[in-house]
Design a protein around this ligand. Structure first.
Ligand code: ASP
Length: 331
């Protein structure tokens, strides 16, 4: 008969075994129906513009190219498109009418590069890569980032398109800063990829929240917040209200949860749960916040989760390029 002491002992042994399994990164959810299995090479990116971005990344991945090259080429697509008004050229300005861009990149060897509050340069992701490859530093901001970009041959251009300028002038009439969840006055492209050699990389780039204070930096250029890659475990990237993602070191958390044995889906769900809890504790209104995470592990399994419905992401592997609606917390 199992007495109480034996029961406690058995339970203790069992929990040590569970902990050890988790430690080894074994999947916790044997029958996890939410598990989405892909196959390397594979690339994931945030929002509708992820489809076109994935297509560019796929050209590199399908030819056994490096994940790092794929993610850079992929996110350059919306960066260069003036019709995409939340990233790169054409991005909405801050409240002073200045387009300031944030981006970061991370490779399979934990090399990192980042720029924040960068003006006049169409492709901040490529400047971030140059920071990573050509400087002893990992992050350059503002004027320093611009000076560096110019020294590397990047062209200085006006990034404020007519439409964005019009919207900004309209905004000035009320000057009310109220980023709305899923309404495209923000949105970042975050992209993570696993290449044919089994290496992971990621890139993240944005013009940030429209009409933000000049100098405001979100999560997107911050390694560990808007993007994180651990080549032994997996990668994650984020979109939405950057302040909330930074508060929990979001993407580093997602990767660490995968290290503990969570599937990419469950890891994204737990990171969102963390934001939900902190928002409640801080007496803030969850309905006013949107954050979405996407994650990919070393096995090619992937997942995504967000606070409010309306967030989607694109996945491209040998079975094609598709847009998926992410599951969400506030139902
Ligand atoms: N995360 C970005 C920022 O806070 C914006 C977004 O993805 O919507 O700047």
């Amino acid at each position: 008969m199992t007495n109480r002491r034996n029961f406690i002992k058995t339970a203790a042994i069992a929990s040590v075994a569970v902990a050890l399994n988790s430690f080894k990164g074994k999947p916790e959810e044997e029958n996890d129906f939410s598990l989405k299995k892909g196959k390397k090479p594979i690339v994931l990116s945030t929002w509708n513009f992820g489809v076109q971005a994935n297509a560019a990344a796929w050209e590199i991945l399908k030819n056994k190219g490096r994940a790092l090259d794929a993610v850079e080429a992929g996110v350059r697509v919306p960066e260069g498109d003036p019709k995409e008004r939340s990233v790169g050229y054409g991005g909405r300005p801050d409240r002073d009418g200045r387009v300031t861009l944030d981006a970061c990149i991370m490779d399979e060897n934990a090399n990192i590069g980042s720029v924040a509050c960068l003006e006049y340069i169409k492709h901040p992701i490529s400047v971030a890569r140059a920071v990573m490859e050509k400087t002893p530093h990992v992050m350059l901001v503002g004027d320093g980032a611009l000076q560096f970009a110019l020294s590397q041959g990047f062209k200085k251009e006006n990034l404020l398109v007519e439409e964005s300028e019009k919207e900004w002038k309209e905004w000035l009439k009320t000057s009310q800063y109220k980023p709305i969840a899923n309404i495209e006055n923000h949105d970042t492209i975050g992209m993570i990829a696993l290449d044919a050699s089994g290496n992971l990389s990621g890139a993240c780039t944005t013009s940030g929240m429209a009409f933000k204070m000049h100098g405001r930096v979100g999560d997107s250029p911050i390694i560990g917040a808007g993007l994180y890659v651990d080549n032994e475990i997996g990668a994650a990237t984020a979109t939405g209200h950057g302040e909330e993602v930074i508060r929990i070191s979001g993407c580093h958390l997602v990767v660490e949860l995968m290290r503990q044995g969570k599937s990419p889906q469950k890891a994204c769900e737990e990171a969102v749960a963390r934001i939900v809890k902190l928002t409640k504790n801080r007496n803030k209104d969850l309905k006013e916040i949107q954050v979405g995470f996407i994650a990919l592990n070393k096995q090619g399994e992937y997942g995504a989760y967000c606070i409010q419905g309306g967030f989607n992401y694109a996945v491209n592997d040998e079975t094609g390029n598709r847009l998926i609606d992410a599951d969400y917390f506030l139902k």
